[in-house]
Ligand binder design. Structure first.
Ligand code: PMV
Length: 338
């Protein structure tokens, strides 16, 4: 039992996977079939404050100014239950969260949101979690959230244990490792808001895609190649591996029954524009990727980013191009923001 109100805040940024997590071997614990690798981004962030308050009779969740009910509230309550189980207390909480970008827009608000919630709730509960333990906790909210706690380039190792103790993310290289790397995010018009939860969609792929087993065999090699490219800052190699992996992810989605098609025509035009830019340059100057959404992340370097940004901005159906870079990991917030 928490006897006095205890509170804490935490902020975390979205990440974009260069090697995707897609499919779990244990749904309750969120244990993936394959390891994944991501970049945590700058500028975008979720901020979350949690107050455990013995006077509350149920958990409350405010997202921006809106009191949440149903699904969003349920997932926060379930997550708080994990925190309460770890801390062996039953006190309810008031949770307030805000994103400086549109929620559920396909910009991975669940990753930054659950990373921020894991940080704030564990601090407010007085749990002193190590980075791996905090990452394991965040994983229970949303798989990709376990990577958003760390800055720069991050690897989430799938692990082999049934209890998931070896299944957490760790930082590979900090954001400053590659100062010239840029992520141009082409935001497309009319991007559908998530029609189906990723947790459900990925299990449909596991059950029905004839390409899934082959993908799992290829991922370890791709992660090794990606890590080598990042270590020596080999931009063309990083871009080629990123596109190859994204194409593999898209094929397993499209070959799922019923099919999973996250892109809109404008997204496909952006992919084509990146391929054309690479052809024209005779080498890969950019690499595209996307997650379970219609917006396209285009990695490039500062040498090409201004020109490429203009070019992507002119693609019909592209509303806006954000200019992001690798960014810092999660951190506690000092002021209670209620
Ligand atoms: O973390 P979730 O459950 O929203 O799933 C994320 C799935 C992808 O974004 C498509 C891939 C990834 O590794 O982030």
């Amino acid at each position: 039992m928490v006897r006095r109100p205890t509170e804490a805040g935490y902020e975390a940024a979205p990440n974009i996977a260069l090697v995707k997590y897609w499919g779990v071997r244990d749904e309750d614990l969120g244990l993936p079939y394959n390891s994944s690798l991501s970049v945590t981004l700058n500028h975008l962030r979720s901020r979350t404050w949690v107050q455990f308050d013995p006077t509350l009779t149920e958990d409350r969740f405010l997202l921006g100014r809106d009191e949440q009910t149903d699904g969003p509230l349920r997932s926060v309550v379930e997550f708080l239950d994990e925190v309460r189980a770890l801390g062996r207390f039953e006190t309810h909480a008031f949770v307030r969260s805000e994103n400086n970008f549109q929620t559920a827009s396909g910009l991975a608000s669940s990753a930054s949101g659950f990373a921020a919630l894991a940080g704030a709730a564990s601090l407010a509960a007085g749990l002193k979690l190590s980075p791996p333990a905090l990452s394991r906790l965040a994983r229970l909210g949303s798989g990709s959230a376990c990577r958003s706690l760390f800055g720069g380039f991050v690897e989430w190792r799938a692990g082999t244990r049934a209890d998931g103790r070896d299944c957490f993310a760790r930082p590979l290289f900090p954001a400053r490792h590659w100062p010239g790397l840029v992520d141009l995010v082409a935001l497309v018009k009319d991007a559908p808001t998530k029609p189906i939860r990723s947790a459900v969609a990925m299990q449909r792929t596991v059950a029905t895609s004839p390409l899934y087993a082959q993908r799992l065999r290829e991922v370890p090699r791709r992660i090794r190649a990606m890590k080598r490219a990042i270590a020596v800052r080999d931009a063309p190699a990083l871009f080629d591996r990123t596109m190859e992996e994204c194409d593999s992810f898209r094929s397993v989605c499209e070959s799922t029954e019923p099919t999973l098609d996250y892109l809109v025509p404008a997204s496909r035009r952006v992919l084509a524009e990146v391929r054309a830019a690479n052809e024209e340059n005779g080498t890969s100057v950019a690499g595209y990727t996307h997650d379970a959404g219609a917006h396209i992340h285009v990695f490039t370097t500062t040498t090409h980013s201004a020109r490429l940004r203009r070019r992507l901005g002119a693609v019909p159906g592209v509303e806006k191009v954000l200019v992001l870079s690798p960014g810092p990991g999660g951190r506690p917030l000092r002021r209670w923001g209620r």
